[in-house]
Design a protein around this ligand. Sequence first.
Ligand SMILES: [Zn+2]
Length: 523
Amino acid sequence: MYDLFRSDSAKEITLRPYQADAIEALRSAIREGKRRLVLCAGTGAGKTLTSGKLLQEADRKGSYSLFVVDRVALVDQTSAVFDEYGIQHGVVQGSHPRWAPRENVQVCSAQTLARRQLPRKPSLIVVDEAHCRHKGTIALMGENPDAVCIGLTATPFTKGMGNDWDSIVNVRSTRLLIEDGHLVEPTIYVARSPEDVELGLNSYGEFSDDSATSAGIKIIGDVVSEWERKVQEHFGGPVKTIVFSPTVEHGRELCAAFAAAGHNFQQISYMDRSDEERAERIAEFRRPDSVITGLVSCGVLTKGFDVPDCLVGISCKPYRKSLSSHMQEIGRVMRSAPGKDKALWLCHSGNVERFAGDMFDVWANGAGELDTAEKRDSKARERNQQTREAAVCPECSGAMRGPVCICCGWERPARSGIVSVDGELQAFDASKFTLTARDGLRAECLGDPRKVWDAIIAYCFDNARGDESKTRRWGYGIWRGIYPDAKLPRGWFDAARPALVDMSAYSLVDREVKRFRKRGRAA
Ligand SMILES: [Zn+2]
């Protein structure tokens, strides 16, 4: 057995150029003495393959390496993937048929590790889905301080990850992977969702499953009709769909509603009678001509759920804090597949309104450094009129990316004259500049432009909708509305938020913003 596996699996892994760059970045960090590195890339970027290259190299040097998955169910799947890649390995788990203790590369689950003595000290530990922060894995890392540990994740946002890891290597951004055709960008629609006041919280400050279920069941009719309308519009009829449901009960109701409308939707969950039963259903769904149109997932958000030719995702499980859950879910429809040039995301959870800003930012710029990344899952996102206006296109209910709708291309009119500040900053020489306020504008504070700018900055931070630089650009727009001919003196643009603000200047700013908003609406 053992030799058979060995002989037919001596293939060389070929990496895409950006994956080779990631390996280089990891190597140089290791040379700097870093031992615990997160390899961060979106779903579909090939993190497993990239780390496989390192495992293969370690194998050639005769080093002992572990690839740790976070659930027992993923061991077989990973082992199959390694066979496909030509990575020689054994499996550490019970009386597994792939038990091969002499292999240098071993696949194991975090659960198994807790009960096993390893025959050798590992010099390389690859941790799959590192954001899960499995206790057994963290302990293993602690017991092997000299081992190089590589954590794979698309979403390094879990609180505490900063303690587990030294730094992040960000692989090519999701935005570029989309542009290169390695991933498919979903067309996102914001559909009807329960109001936040209908949702209760659990002890983690996350929306409770029970409340998401009772509030979600009320709008199931909308979920079915919205799906029928959108798949007709975009694909000419039903196509493979996955649904993220908060509970088994919700999933059951949903499947019944789809069945009543003539569509075969099936549920998979931890409540399934057996793993085999669940695996069979997934296998059927995986077939190109599957009799199952929709698979409803309740708490089974794993790689086992990966079906690249799935074209539509429906989000019914609301999150208040967990950006990573939202991003992992939407990542399920972004895998490329032959003939797939489009994917749809129908949001019935409010998650797009809560997380789109962060998501588009991570897609464009990567996760950033660990200490900031690990905060992205702990902040509660409030939903209100403002966030709704910022996130949803009034023309088609598509998701807005910045000022543009990703579905129909509608562009939001510039509010209060936001303009680019590039090249606008110049030295301020009071003797040459007379600051003249706009015609018809009267207020004592206008004679003291710094007072006005301080009030603008304070106002904009109080009402910020975007990041700091966006907030300051907004402020600059207001400034130019008040003093149409005056550039901002050097140094003011980045000035710290003032501790004291002139109240009459502050209310002047408020009036200006409202005036522009009204004019923007009328236009
Ligand atoms: Zn639109």
